[in-house]
Design a protein around this ligand. Structure first.
Ligand code: ZN
Length: 135
């Protein structure tokens, strides 16, 4: 899944978890689940930039100490190893996250549409949860 999709879905599961620490953990778990579902990949360098932009937007909208932000961070965290590969600091075959190492299946060729719909829905739900809690 695209990193920005992982960030948005991580924000939602983080919102459901209720605390930054739990949010980080459930965000990482959401990454594995979303990686298993068949999806297409954006070019890695573009993907990393968009993931950073999504994290920045979520931090600006929900706050950097929020469960939403930490869920998003957990959602993106496993792809840090892809960033290290792009930067030439690590070899692809040394990736350790289960859906990157081959320990769990990594879905392919599933397109981008469901990812965009899932990301938009997740961010909308996270926003609605926040509004409901603050009003
Ligand atoms: Zn991944």
């Amino acid at each position: 899944m695209t990193g920005s999709g992982h960030a948005c879905i991580g924000a939602f599961v983080g919102a459901l978890s209720g605390s930054p620490g739990k949010a980080l953990a459930v965000g990482v778990v959401s990454h594995a689940i979303c990686d298993i579902i068949p999806h297409s990949e954006a070019p890695r360098a573009l993907d990393l930039v968009l993931a950073g932009a999504a994290l920045g937007g979520i931090a600006a909208g929900f706050g950097a100490r929020s469960a939403e932000f930490w869920g998003a961070a957990g959602g993106v965290l496993p792809d840090v190893e892809h960033g290290l590969v792009v930067a030439g600091l690590m070899k692809e075959q040394h990736c350790v996250f289960p859906t990157h190492s081959g320990a769990l299946p990594h879905g392919r060729n599933g397109g981008f549409l469901w990812q965009a719909v899932a990301a938009a829905t997740a961010l909308t739900l996270a926003t609605l949860l926040r509004l409901r809690r603050t009003h």
